[in-house]
Each structure stands twice: as structure tokens, then as C-alpha cells.
Ligand binder design. Structure first.
Ligand SMILES: Cc1cc2nc3c(=O)[nH]c(=O)nc-3n(C[C@H](O)[C@H](O)[C@H](O)COP(=O)(O)O)c2cc1C
Length: 323
């Protein structure tokens, strides 16, 4: 699991930063992988409304945002953290959010669903100096549409009024405790899930398809990764097409080695796809199930690849029903 913190304040020792750290440290303490991005330290320019993402599904602007897209796709929990600046999010965080128009376009123009969107969640953290009733209204609306674009259910908002000087949040009666409790509940709700790894030879073909189907159909019930004995350079374009035909989106994903997949997770089951994977999995102290698909590699004819894709989907549904 990955908790991704998008910290939007330019004050790195300010109130938002403190709350974001509390959330991420608690997640780490509970064994969850975290990544924090201090957005104001990134070079992320605003959306120029060129329309290319609506045509092609990608943003052509080559800046630090290109490294954020894959993290947003990998994240299980997205933390949107921002102080109130003129009743909105900070300009730096808003630039990042606007660049997520590429995700919006993939979903609503291209009709492709990110398989992890059935289980990803979002939490809003925000602080403002004044006490007005409507102080967080603008930010909450932005968060709602941001989380929808990145495929995350809006799970919780932690918002605090009358917090101004850097560090003032530390003396708030509940803020730190609220943040810790939120993460503790979030992690404990996921702890009982079966952890599955779909293992292929280089994680560029069938294992990616199996992993995506399991995330898509398994929703919150299983924790799924796919991996390779060795990781290839990129997912095969045929795989993107095969899942695109089913309305699923594998963009921004990359193959990962088994070692990486097991760094934070001891799987309950490894499903091995192919002979390399079977040999490796059988050498580990983990239950293994081997799927014979009829072709080790994806370079068989189109009819056969579709048949294997559909066979994988059926096997995944049966497996999930057992979990
Ligand atoms: C440019 C700017 C605009 C702000 N606008 C508002 C505002 O509209 N309403 C408000 O209550 N506080 C406003 N504030 C105050 C901050 O929200 C407040 O100081 C907050 O605690 C800063 O959080 P940080 O320490 O995480 O940066 C503004 C501060 C700045 C610098």
C-alpha cells in the first residue's frame, strides 16, 4: 500500500506540513509505504488548456508533474494538504490539481477506468487563519473534483480554523490526534485483506493483466500487486490495448521486480504465470498457485491473446471469490 502526501504549503515548517507529517509518520509506523511531495518545491507549471490530454490522454508539458502521475496511480490513499489561501488551495497545489485534467480526460473522454480506482481513497487536510463558516467550502469542492479525477473516494476531511502562525496547529486540542486516528482506522480497515502477487517473468504481459483485473474486480477486498522475476523496461503496448478493449487503463504503470513488491508486503498467495515465475515462487516461503495459460509470452495471434485475457479474468474472479 502507498500513502501519498501532497503537501501544498510553501512553509515547510508550517501547519499543513506538520499535519501531513503526522499522517505519514503514523502510516509508516504501521508498516505502510509513504511518499511525500512538497508541491511548492516542485517545478509544476499550470495547465495551459492545450487540449492535448483530451485528444491523446497525456499531458505534453515536460516538468516534475510527469513523476507525479505514476505515484497518483499507485497510491492507495491520496492526502491533499493545503492551507487556505484566499478561500482556495495554494497556487502550487492548484497547478498540480489542474494538471490532473489528463486523468479526467482518460476517464471521461477516452472512457478508460483506472483499475485501482475501485479501492483508492482521498483525505483532505486544511488549515486557515479565520473562523468563517464558509472557510473551507472552496477547498472542499476542489478536493471533491480532484479526488474524482484521480479515481479516489473522498473519505475524510480534517479542517482547522483559527490557525495562523507556523506551528500553531501543534497546540490545537484535537488536530494531531485526529490525524493519527484517521490513519489508524484507515490501515486497520485494510489489514484483514488477502495480499496477492501475480508473478510473471518480466511483469510486462500476463502478470500485468492479471494484477489489473484483480484490482478492478477485487476492489477493497484484496491487496494486489503484480511483479516480475526481473522487471522489463515497460508494459507491452499490446497489454494496454487488450485491457483498453475492456475499458481499463494501464497508463503510468511500470513493471516492478518481485523484490520491490515484497519489500513492504508478505503475500498470502503468489500466483505464478510462466515457468520462470513458478521456479522463483516455489523457492519462497509463501503459498503458490500456478496458472497454465497456454502461452508463456504475449506474442501469439490476436484471437489467442484475447482468449487468454478472458481466461485470466475468469480465473481472477474465481480466486477473488475464494479470498
Ligand atoms: C497568501 C495567503 C492567503 C491567505 N488567505 C487566507 C484566507 O483566505 N482565509 C484564512 O482564513 N486564512 C488565510 N491565510 C492564512 C493561512 O491560511 C494560515 O496562516 C495557515 O495557518 C497557513 O498554513 P501553513 O502554516 O501550512 O502555511 C492566508 C495566508 C496567505 C499567505
Amino acid at each position: 500500500m502507498l500513502v501519498l502526501g501532497l503537501q501544498g504549503s510553501p512553509r515547510l515548517h508550517g501547519n499543513t506540513s506538520f499535519l501531513c507529517s503526522v499522517l505519514l509518520k503514523e502510516a509508516q509506523h504501521l508498516g505502510v509505504r509513504t511518499q511525500r511531495i512538497d508541491v511548492a518545491r516542485q517545478a509544476i507549471s499550470g495547465c495551459v488548456a492545450c487540449g492535448i490530454c483530451e485528444k491523446e490522454g497525456f499531458c505534453p508539458v515536460d516538468d516534475d508533474m510527469q513523476a507525479v502521475y505514476p505515484l497518483l496511480r499507485e497510491a492507495d490513499l491520496v492526502v491533499m494538504a493545503t492551507p487556505v489561501f484566499f478561500y482556495g488551495a495554494t497556487a502550487q497545489l492548484k497547478s498540480l490539481i489542474d494538471r490532473c485534467q489528463a486523468f479526467w480526460a482518460r476517464r471521461y473522454v477516452h472512457g478508460l477506468v483506472d483499475p485501482k480506482s475501485s479501492s483508492r481513497q482521498g483525505v483532505l487536510v486544511s488549515v486557515g487563519a479565520t473562523r468563517g463558516e464558509n472557510l473551507f467550502d472552496g477547498i472542499v469542492l476542489t478536493a471533491q473534483y480532484f479526488f474524482d479525477a484521480v479515481g479516489a473516494a473522498f473519505e475524510e476531511k480534517l479542517t482547522y480554523r483559527r490557525v495562523e502562525a507556523p506551528g500553531e496547529i501543534k497546540s490545537h486540542p484535537t488536530a494531531e490526534r485526529d490525524a493519527r486516528r484517521f490513519i489508524q482506522h484507515w490501515v486497520s480497515a485494510r489489514q484483514g485483506r488477502k495480499k496477492l502477487i501475480f508473478l510473471g517473468s518480466d511483469n510486462t504481459g500476463w502478470s500485468q493483466i492479471a494484477g489489473a483485473f484483480a484490482q478492478y474486480h477485487g476492489g477493497g477486498r484484496v491487496e494486489v500487486q503484480s511483479a516480475g522475476v526481473n522487471a522489463g523496461a515497460e508494459i507491452k503496448p499490446e497489454v494496454q490495448e487488450l485491457l483498453g478493449e475492456k475499458g481499463m487503463d494501464l497508463a503510468f504503470r511500470a513493471p516492478q521486480p518481485l523484490k520491490h513488491a515484497m519489500e513492504f508486503v508478505k503475500p498470502d498467495l503468489i500466483v505464478s504465470l510462466g515457468s520462470d515465475a513458478q521456479r522463483t515462487a516455489e523457492g519462497l516461503d509463501v503459498p503458490v498457485e500456478t496458472w497454465e495459460l497456454g502461452a508463456e509470452r504475449i506474442d501469439v495471434d490476436a484471437g489467442e491473446t484475447r482468449r487468454i485475457r478472458d481466461d485470466i479474468e475468469k480465473r481472477v474472479l474465481t480466486l477473488i471469490a475464494r479470498c
